[in-house]
Design a protein around this ligand. Structure first.
Ligand SMILES: Cc1cc2nc3c(=O)[nH]c(=O)nc-3n(C[C@H](O)[C@H](O)[C@H](O)COP(=O)(O)OP(=O)(O)OC[C@H]3O[C@@H](n4cnc5c(N)ncnc54)[C@H](O)[C@@H]3O)c2cc1C
Length: 507
C-alpha cells in the first residue's frame, strides 16, 4: 500500500530496523497512531537488523535470567554451560575500554541501564532467545564458560528479530509503507511537522506531530564514506543493507542538528575477499571471517599487522576491517594449520569462500596473489619460533600463551602454524555501520547546535552519536537500537498525544 498525501499521524517513524520498529511498538503501546516509512521494497525490508547475526549484549544477573529469557533451559544446557553473569559495571567497563574512554557518559548510561529490561521487553514483543554458544570460552571437559556480555542470540538471527518486530508492530496497528523514501523534514515555524517522502516517483507530504529518524548510518554511501571516514573507505565492502545512505543524518543536519560522536569511525570487520561490494540478503553473514584468533593474519608484504590474540573476539573484531583496509591492496590472508582450521566456524566452508589449501606452507603462500612470498614464509617461521610453549594453551580463558620478541605480539592462544594441511582465507574490510550521529537527550530528542531541542524530532539506532568510538563491544548494535528506539517511541508518543490534547483543548 502506498501513502497518500493526506496521511496524518501522531508519530512518523523513518526506517524499519530494530530502532524504528521498537519505536513504533512503544508508541502504539501508549496509544499514538503510527506510520513507518521504509525505503526498501517489502522483500528487502528490515535494514541491517535483518542482516545481523542476532547476538545481543545486555546486563544479566545469572543463570535465572538466561533461563527466563530463553523460556526454560534444558537440563543438558544447564549442565553444559557456565553462564556466569554480566554486571552493569562490566558493561560500562567493556564499553569504556574498547572506545578508549570516549563513549559519552549520558549515552553509555542509557544503553547499559536499560539493556536488561529491554531484553525482557523484546521477549514480550515476540523475539525468542537462545544461549549464544559460539565465541565463548571452551573448557577442557567440553563445557562452555560464557565470556560475559553477549550471552544470547535471537532465534533466527537478524531475520528472526526482524520478522518478530514487523509482526508485532503491524498487529498493534502501526502502518508500514514500503519503497517510501523520506527526503526532507517539514519545518513549520521551528517545529518539525512531518516529512516529504518519495513514493512511486511522486513527492508527497506526510504530516506528523512527532518524527523519529531511525534510518541508519551512512555505511552504504560510497561518497560519504570517503568524505567522513577517509581515503580508501570507498573500497570497503558493505556487510549489510544498501539502503543506509545517511538520508536521515543529512535531513537533520540541514535543520541545524548537532553532529555528535565519532564521524570518522565505524564498525568494520574481516570479510571474505569474494563477497560482493554490497551484501545481499541471500548471503546474510556467510562472508564473515572472524576466526583470526585461531591462526595468524598477514598482509601483501608478508607481515603480520595486528595482535590476533589481544582479547576475546567480541571486543576486537569490530576494528579489524579498518586495520585490513590500511594494508597494501586492502587485502590480508588468514593462515591456519590443521588444528586451527579444525576450529573454524561453518561460514568458512561456503563455496564462495576465497580459500586456499596445501600440504606445505610454501605451496600455500604461492597461491596468494601479490604476496611477498619469502617475507611471508619468514613471518610464519619467526612466529612459530616465538611461541611461548612453556605456557599452556587454554581456550577456556585468556591464557596468556603469547609470543616473545616479535614487534607485533600475539598475546593469547598462540599456537605454531606447524601441522599440514594448511589453509588460508583472503579477506578484506567489510563495513558494518558508521559511528557518527546526532546528539540526543534522555528522550532521544535531537538537539541543535545551540543545545536546544529540535521540536518534534527524535532519533534512534545507528543515527545516535556519542556511544561508539574506534571499536565496539559485540552485540551492542541491536541492543542500542532497541533501547534508543523504545525510548524515542515512548517519548514521541507522549509528546504527540499531549499536543493533540492541547490542540483539541484550544478548539
Ligand atoms: C552483517 C551484520 C551483522 C551484524 N551482527 C550484529 C549482531 O550479531 N549483534 C548486534 O548487536 N549487531 C549486529 N549488527 C549491527 C546491527 O545490525 C545494527 O547496529 C542495528 O540493526 C541497527 O538498527 P537500526 O534500526 O538503527 O538500523 P537498520 O536496521 O539498518 O534500519 C534502518 C532502516 O532505515 C531504512 N531507511 C534508510 N534511509 C531511509 C529513508 N530515507 N527513508 C525511509 N527509510 C530509510 C533502511 O531501509 C533500513 O530498513 C550487524 C550488522 C551487520 C550488517
Amino acid at each position: 500500500m502506498a501513502p497518500s498525501s493526506i496521511e496524518d499521524t501522531d508519530v512518523l517513524v523513518i526506517g524499519a530496523g530494530m530502532a524504528g520498529l521498537s519505536a513504533a511498538i512503544a508508541a502504539r503501546d501508549i496509544g499514538a497512531s503510527v506510520i513507518v516509512l521504509e525505503k526498501a521494497p517489502e522483500a528487502e525490508r528490515g535494514g541491517n537488523t535483518r542482516f545481523s547475526n542476532g547476538a545481543i549484549r545486555a546486563v544479566y544477573h545469572g543463570v535465572e535470567d538466561i533461563d527466563a529469557l530463553v523460556g526454560g533451559l534444558s537440563a543438558a544446557e544447564r549442565e553444559r554451560s557456565e553462564f556466569g553473569s554480566y554486571s552493569r559495571e562490566q558493561y560500562y567497563d567493556d564499553l569504556a575500554r574498547v572506545t578508549q574512554y570516549r563513549s559519552h557518559p549520558d549515552m553509555a548510561d542509557m544503553l547499559v541501564e536499560n539493556s536488561r529490561d529491554t531484553l525482557f521487553w523484546l521477549q514480550q514483543q515476540g523475539l525468542r532467545f537462545l544461549p549464544l554458544y559460539e565465541w565463548q570460552f571452551k573448557l577442557p571437559d567440553g563445557r562452555i564458560r560464557f565470556s560475559g556480555g553477549s550471552a544470547l542470540e535471537v532465534y533466527g538471527a537478524g531475520e528472526g528479530a526482524s520478522e518478530a518486530l514487523f509482526r508485532t508492530a503491524e498487529r498493534r496497528g502501526a502502518r508500514v509503507f514500503y519503497q517510501t523514501k523520506a527526503l526532507s523534514l517539514i519545518d513549520e515555524a521551528g517545529r518539525i511537522a512531518g516529512v516529504i517522502a518519495r513514493c512511486d516517483g511522486e513527492d508527497i507530504a506526510i504530516r506528523a506531530r512527532r518524527v523519529i529518524l531511525a534510518c541508519g548510518g551512512f555505511e552504504a554511501n560510497t561518497e560519504w564514506r570517503t568524505r567522513y571516514l577517509g581515503p580508501s573507505w570507498d573500497l570497503a565492502k558493505v556487510r549489510g543493507s544498501r539502503f543506509n545512505t545517511g538520508d536521515g543524518l543529512r535531513m537533520a543536519l540541514e535543520r541545524g542538528a548537532l553532529p555528535f560522536g565519532n564521524w570518522s569511525g565505524c564498525h568494520s570487520a574481516s570479510w571474505d575477499l569474494n563477497a560482493p561490494d554490497v551484501n545481499e540478503l541471500e548471503y546474510g553473514t556467510v562472508f564473515k571471517r572472524d576466526d583470526y584468533l585461531e591462526g595468524i593474519v598477514v598482509n601483501a608484504d608478508g607481515e603480520r599487522f595486528f595482535d590476533e590474540g589481544a582479547d576475546i573476539r567480541a571486543l576486537t573484531y569490530a576494528k579489524l576491517g579498518r586495520a585490513i583496509l590500511a594494508q597494501p591492496g586492502q587485502v590480508a590472508w588468514q593462515i591456519f594449520d590443521k588444528h586451527g582450521a579444525a576450529r573454524l566456524h561453518g561460514e568458512y566452508r561456503v563455496k564462495q569462500s576465497a580459500r586456499f589449501k596445501a600440504e606445505t606452507l610454501e605451496a600455500l603462500i604461492d597461491q596468494f596473489d601479490g604476496i611477498k612470498r619469502d617475507a611471508c614464509l619468514a613471518t610464519v617461521k619467526n612466529f612459530n619460533a616465538a611461541v611461548r610453549t612453556d605456557i599452556p594453551y587454554d581456550p577456556g580463558k585468556k591464557d596468556g600463551r603469547r609470543t616473545e620478541g616479535l614487534a607485533i605480539p600475539k598475546s593469547n592462544w598462540a599456537l605454531a602454524i606447524a601441522e599440514p594441511p594448511f589453509e588460508a582465507y583472503a579477506v578484506t574490510c567489510g563495513i558494518t555501520f558508521t559511528f557518527g550521529g546526532l546528539r540526543v537527550d534522555g528522550d532521544c530528542c535531537v538537539l541543535d547546535e545551540g543545545g536546544q531541542r529540535v521540536t518534534g524530532l527524535h532519533a534512534a539506532g545507528e543515527m545516535v552519536g556519542g556511544l561508539f568510538y574506534f571499536n565496539y563491544p559485540g552485540g551492542s548494535g541491536l541492543m542500542s537500537a532497541a533501547v534508543f528506539g523504545r525510548i524515542a517511541g515512548r517519548a514521541a508518543a507522549q509528546a504527540a498525544l499531549a499536543n493533540t490534547v492541547e490542540s483539541h483543548g484550544a478548539n
